[in-house]
Design a protein around this ligand. Structure first.
Ligand SMILES: [Mn+2]
Length: 448
């Protein structure tokens, strides 16, 4: 158990958000940037899904309430940061709880000004007047697109009074995605803690697994450990896939009874203060790998080690994937699943029968985080502060070239890494993954 279990992990300092606002302004150049957060989503009748703010909006503001919008006025030598948010409302706060309101929000989040969100249509055309450009994520949300058109037309209707309407539309998603790709020290601290929490939760699932349980019982152990450790939400829907379900890449029903002698694959991640963690572990339901399961597992783990070795600055994004794929192909030949040389198998793509996804993705505020994988047509270079997953897999569905003993074995092993000055830091290293570690841990849990 960690020292800070049951205590909330501290929010990032406002200075971190302020530094990002300044960086965004210099990347965008003169104009007005408009960044709304997400709205609440209806689940059914008058119930909503648990609220989750927009990642880009949060990155810039630190503000987590719905019904808010961030505006940045970027001049040649002056930047003004403005928030629109829900007004104070004594009656609503009795029902829904505390809200900052503009005045308190302005002070708490280090902004230059803040206004009630219902003044948006009145104030935005004024703020847009005489701005050379509008920086906006056009197409991200049709409702906001419509609002923007309305504001633009309001400014245009004033041109006879001498006001200039913006003439250029520029999407902030590219520049902001580029910024979010390089994690700062504050983000790395949250990601590290999210990784530690998630690792502990996966250990709990290994300790509690027994033949005869339902998959969702293991999901419950994972979620229990997230909440208990201060992560209030999973970062994505948990996958608990036993037996043949492990070969269904996005399996999510989690409602099968787990049998003695099977493996179970758990792909689950917690969200901590908005930041994701993403771990997959595959282990035997009864605590002991069969020889066939162990053979496939060891190949997948060796592929992962090869990918780790390639995760360092100066290498390109694709190199961990290429390294892992080669090791997996060698394993497919060893198990007599495929014939031919490694290069031939790479060339024909025959390995995709057993490995059909890539070895990772950027990770941060979004589990599949923003940021380009290529630049100018080439895989981009890894540099310190980039965070991504390493997750090779080996999935063997019944087929003519598959011996019976390997049928339905599905393995994926996934950790999260941050590129450092001289290699990488494994953010989820505290989650065991060798056959010996997993079997020992599960044997101990069965003695208790
Ligand atoms: Mn992943």
């Amino acid at each position: 158990m960690s020292a800070n279990a049951n205590h909330p992990f501290p929010a990032q300092p406002i200075s971190a958000h302020q530094a990002r606002r300044a960086a965004l302004a210099s990347r965008l150049g003169p104009g007005i940037a408009i960044v709304p957060t997400t709205g609440e989503t209806a689940r059914n009748a008058d119930s909503t899904y648990p609220y989750r703010f927009d990642s880009g909006f949060f990155y810039l503001t630190g503000f987590t309430e719905p019904d808010a919008l961030f505006v940045q006025l970027i001049g040649e030598d002056k930047v003004e940061n403005i928030l629109f948010c829900r007004p104070k409302d004594a009656e609503r706060e009795i029902w829904d709880g505390y809200r900052y309101g503009p005045d308190a929000a302005r002070d708490a989040f280090g902004l230059d000004a803040a206004y009630p969100i219902d003044e948006l249509d009145e104030r935005l055309p004024q703020l847009m007047a005489n701005q050379p450009a509008v920086h906006f994520a056009l197409g991200a949300d049709s409702q906001w697109d419509k609002r923007l058109s309305g504001w633009l037309n309001s400014v245009r209707s004033l041109v006879r009074t001498g006001v200039q309407a913006p003439t250029r539309l520029n999407d902030w998603r590219g520049p902001l995605g580029e910024m979010r790709l390089g994690k700062d020290e504050h983000e790395l601290a949250v990601l590290r803690e999210a990784g530690r929490i998630n690792a502990a939760a996966h250990v709990r699932a290994m300790r509690f697994a027994r033949p005869g349980q339902m998959e969702y019982e293991l999901e419950a152990e994972i979620l229990h450990d997230y909440y208990r450790q201060g992560s209030r939400f999973p970062a994505y829907s948990s996958i608990v896939a036993s037996g043949p379900n492990a070969c269904v890449l996005h399996y999510g029903e989690n409602n099968r009874r787990m049998q003695d002698g099977e493996l179970v694959l758990i792909d689950a991640g917690c969200e901590l203060n908005g930041y994701a963690s993403d771990i997959t572990r595959t282990f035997p339901v009864n605590g002991r790998f069969s020889p066939a399961q162990k053979a496939v597992y060891e190949i997948t783990l060796a592929a992962m080690q090869a990918a780790f070795a390639a995760a360092k600055p100066g290498n390109t994004w694709n190199m961990p994937h290429d390294a892992a794929t080669r090791v997996l192909i060698e394993g497919m030949r060893e198990l007599k699943l495929l014939g031919g040389s490694v290069d031939e198998i790479l060339e024909t793509g025959a390995y995709r029968q057993f490995y059909m996804h890539r070895t990772g993705h950027w990770m941060g505020l979004d589990v599949h985080d923003v940021g380009d994988y290529q630049s100018n047509g080439a895989w981009r270079e890894l540099r310190p502060g980039m965070v991504f997953t390493i997750e090779p897999g080996f999935y063997i569905r019944p087929a003519e070239n598959v011996p019976k003993e390997f049928e339905h074995i599905g393995i994926r092993i996934e950790d999260d890494v941050a590129i450092t000055a001289d290699g990488h830091e494994n953010l989820t290293a505290s989650c065991p993954k060798t056959v010996a570690e997993i079997e020992a841990l599960m044997a101990r849990a069965r003695e208790d």
